[in-house]
Design a protein around this ligand. Structure first.
Ligand SMILES: [Fe+2]
Ligand SMILES: [Fe+2]
Ligand SMILES: [Fe+2]
Length: 280
């Protein structure tokens, strides 16, 4: 099997991981605080590691990691339905990995997919267990229907964070510069924290977090890439600042200002990298 074909298969797997991460995070946030929600978030984090391994392998094969999100199994009125959807999504993943392990002959890639497959089988068991437990003990959907300006602003923030997470991860895979790669990874992790804080805040105030992203800048020339990052960071720092000034809620103000300060820090990091890049 040629490189291009392997890249196509690995990108399918990567898209599946992307879908799983968002599906599981949505469920974990909607269940609020609690042991099961934490365990589901931990599973989402394992899917992020899978995504990372797949993307790095795709780049080694001179491919480009896909930014598309694979199929999700959302919907369902009750938490028990969500858990059953998560079981089904793991089944989709398991079937696909088995198929790809059979189709690919490169031993190293086969081994990697086998490693991921064993995690998915364990997740499958976890979700079956959660589904049973919820059936037995019940679990609450803690989302509310509040849809005012505050919730809209926080959801805007989630959309922004999700977009830059994808952008910085994509750039970290595509750049050949190890210092830039490391910074992009660090900032992506920080943006993931922001996304989690915003989602939890929305739940706190009886809203419904929406995890959707906007357009991701896919330039790969280093200076252009960093400039795009600087522009977006500046824009959002200003937006978080505006939202913080607008709110009367002291806790919310504190959260927005904290994120704003991080975004200012990110602007400065990217500015330094850009200057370094221009100086050669
Ligand atoms: Fe999984
Ligand atoms: Fe952020
Ligand atoms: Fe940022």
């Amino acid at each position: 099997m040629g490189k291009d074909k392997i890249v196509t298969l690995l990108n399918q797997d990567l898209e599946g991981e992307h879908g799983a991460i968002i599906q599981y995070l949505s469920h974990a946030y909607a269940m609020g605080e609690g042991e099961m929600a934490c365990e589901i978030e931990a599973i989402a984090r394992e899917e992020m590691r899978h995504l990372d391994w797949l993307a790095e392998t795709i780049v080694e094969l001179e491919g480009t990691p896909s930014l598309n999100r694979g199929k999700m199994r959302m919907g369902g009125q009750l938490v028990a339905d969500w858990m059953r959807n998560d079981v089904l999504l793991e089944e989709d993943g398991i079937a696909l990995y088995k198929e790809h392990i059979k189709a690919i002959d490169d031993p190293r890639i086969k081994r990697l997919l086998g490693r991921i497959l064993s995690d998915e089988e364990s997740h499958h068991g976890d979700f079956e267990h959660f589904a049973e437990k919820v059936q037995r003990e019940g679990a609450k959907d803690v989302r509310g229907s509040r849809q005012d300006r505050v919730v809209q602003t926080l959801n805007w923030g989630i959309g922004h964070e999700y977009t830059v997470i994808l952008q910085y991860m994509f750039q970290s895979y595509m750049t050949a510069n190890p210092e830039i790669k490391k910074q992009l990874e660090d900032q992506a992790i920080n943006e993931m924290q922001h996304l989690g804080w915003l989602a939890e805040k929305i739940i706190d105030i009886s809203g419904n977090p929406r995890i959707e992203h906007t357009e991701v800048d896919q330039t790969t020339r280093t200076a252009d890439m960093l400039q795009a990052d600087i522009n977006i960071e500046r824009e959002v720092a200003a937006e978080y600042d505006r939202a913080a000034k607008e709110t009367e809620d002291p806790k919310l103000k504190e959260l927005l200002l904290r994120i704003r300060d991080h975004e200012i820090y990110h602007t400065e990091v990217f500015n330094d990298l850009l200057r370094g890049e221009e100086l050669g």
